[in-house]
Design a protein around this ligand. Sequence first.
Ligand SMILES: [Fe+2]
Ligand SMILES: [Fe+2]
Length: 190
Amino acid sequence: MDSAVNASPSPAQYSVTVALEAEHQHLLEALDEVRRLLREGEGDAAQLRFLSFGDRLLRHMGAEERVLFPIFEQVTGIPDGPTKALRCAHCAFRKVVRVLKRSLVVDPAESSDAMLAYLKDAFVKHDEYEQQWLYRICNEVVCDDVVRDAILGRLDAWRTSEDESVLEGVPHQCADRAETDATAAGREAP
Ligand SMILES: [Fe+2]
Ligand SMILES: [Fe+2]
C-alpha cells in the first residue's frame, strides 16, 4: 500500500486563505507607506497610494463577505456570531476609507495621519480575529482539492472583478458608529 497516497493531508494543503493572509500583510504595508509619504510631504503620492489601498481593501472584504462568511455560517450554524462582528467592522472600514479619501485631499497632514493610525490599529485586530476564527474554520472544513479550487476560484474572481458591486458590502444590519470612530484615533477598534 502506498503510504503517500493514504497519508492524511495537512490543513495547509487545503488552505483557501493563503492569498487573503498575504493580502492582510500587503494592506498593512500599504498603510505604512501612505503615512511615510505624508511625513515626507508627498501628498499627491500618498493620495494615489491610498486610492490603490482602498480599492484592494474593498475587494478583499467583498470577497470575504460573499464567499467565506456563508461557508462559516453554514458550517457552524451561527449567523449572528463572529461574522456579524466582522460585517460591522467591514462597514466601519468602508466609512473610514471614504472619510480618508476626502481628508487626504483637504487636510493631508495631521488629521489624516491620526485616522491612518487608527485604521491600521483596527485592521491589525480585525486580521487577527479573522485568522483565528473565520480563516481557521474555513480551512478546517475544506478537505478536498476540488472544493478548495472552487473556493479559491470564487475568491479570486471577486477580488479581481470588473463588477464594481464587489466594492459594496453585502447588505446587513449593524450599529452605525463608524463616522465617530473614524475621527477618534486611538479608541478601541470596532
Ligand atoms: Fe475582513
Ligand atoms: Fe481579511
